[in-house]
Design a protein around this ligand. Structure first.
Ligand code: HEC
Ligand code: HEC
Length: 324
């Protein structure tokens, strides 16, 4: 009698383990190889598990990863290599050194650059795109394209995107595009979100908080003199809202279980982006007016909607104007 129970329990245990392993490895979400590839969210490679990247190339990849994660230590106000950026790290916005799904990652950079971009009206290289973030998001000066620093960042971005097919963008790459609201994003409502959900880390004046050694930020600034300038990608509320939706409050949210509603994300984006920050001359950007993103805050436009509506919405009428 007892022996039979043991055998039965043994069989049940084996079956359970079989299903558990399948579940953890994600087998049940795959139908066949090709569908799994487009359906599953991108996962970046790990340098620890990679023993085929060797020698100088490996050193560059590792240095590149460190430059993304601790940019300020090398290039910030007290940088060991140069003092040319505002103290933020690339990783503050490109989470886990650009390897996090939905965290504004670099999954599709190597696969899609060089590419034509409407902001400059030119075909842009990876160097140009990296330089853009240094001049706008880091409100500073770009490193030279021949520097060891740029070579390392390039090697790292290439290595990160090594498994991504040329021309394709994997699921979870970059920033999620949130649905437009029916109303304008509201800075007043956003302030309430900010006070309740963001201020504890980013500070009452959005000033952030430095680490004890003051080499980088524990909590990066969201506005003020040390934050991104008004030419940066995050100054567009759609980018800000999409970034926050999947990633903030930090570590308390995720793509599968976001803490904020879409409305809260749009509103807090409007609040943060109505505070003061460094200005960048963007008169040469968007040489074709009708190619400006609809949430670009500065005219002139190829439509007659006011600047205020471009900055905070409502966006549906503008979208409609351009799709008819
Ligand atoms: C303040 C936030 C912020 C910081 C800091 C920042 N970036 Fe970015 N970066 C963005 C945003 C937002 C975008 C996307 C803009 C868009 O889609 O219009 C972007 C886009 C990029 C892209 C293109 C991604 C793609 O898929 O096309 C690259 C490459 C990049 N950044 C590199 C860097 C590097 C390297 C650094 C550090 C030197 C850096 N960024 C620092 C916000 C930031
Ligand atoms: C628990 C602390 C914490 C809370 C709460 C929090 N953040 Fe963050 N936030 C961070 C940290 C840490 C980073 C940088 C992550 C990194 O470098 O890996 C960050 C980065 C950011 C960035 C990109 C970098 C920058 O400074 O522009 C934005 C934008 C942002 N947070 C917005 C928000 C908003 C909006 C809220 C409220 C809805 C919020 N955060 C709540 C800790 C927090």
């Amino acid at each position: 009698m007892k022996k039979q129970y043991l055998v039965l329990m043994g069989i049940i245990a084996i079956i359970s383990i079989y299903f558990l392993v399948g579940f953890i490895s994600g087998d049940y979400f795959k139908i066949d190889g090709t569908i799994a590839k487009t359906d599953s969210t991108w996962v970046g490679p790990s340098i620890y598990l990679d023993n085929s990247t060797i020698g100088e190339e490996r050193e560059l990849v590792i240095y590149g990863q460190d430059l993304i994660a601790h940019t300020s230590t090398y290039l910030g106000p007290k940088g060991t290599v140069a003092q040319i950026t505002n103290g933020m790290n690339c990783q503050n916005c490109h989470l886990q050194a650009g390897a996090k799904a939905w965290g504004n990652n670099y999954a599709a950079v190597f696969s899609t650059y060089p590419k034509f971009r409407d902001r400059s009206g030119q075909i842009e290289s990876i160097y140009k795109r990296v330089a853009d973030c240094m001049e706008r998001s880091l409100n500073g000066t770009a490193v030279d394209s021949n520097s060891r620093e740029f070579k390392a960042i390039y090697a790292y971005i290439k290595w990160l995107g090594q498994d991504v097919e040329k021309g394709s963008k994997p699921h979870g790459s970059g920033i999620e595009k949130l649905a437009f609201l029916d109303r304008a994003a509201d800075p007043k409502k956003g302030q309430l979100v900010y006070t309740a959900q963001c201020q504890s880390c980013h500070g009452a004046k959005g000033e952030g908080q430095l680490t004890l050694d003051e080499l980088e930020y524990a909590y990066p600034p969201l506005w003020g003199a040390n934050s991104y300038n008004d030419g940066a990608g995050l100054f567009r509320v759609s980018n800000f809202a999409g970034y926050v939706k999947n990633n903030m409050p930090y570590l308390l949210t995720s793509h599968d279980a976001p803490k904020l509603t879409n409305e809260e994300c749009w509103d807090v984006a409007a609040y943060v982006n109505s505070q003061s920050r460094p200005h960048k001359d963007q008169s040469m950007d968007w040489p074709k007016k009708d190619k400006k993103p609809i949430d670009f805050a500065f005219g002139p436009y190829a439509d007659s909607f006011p600047e205020s509506q471009h900055k905070f919405g409502p966006y549906k009428p503008i979208k409609k104007y351009y799709t008819k």
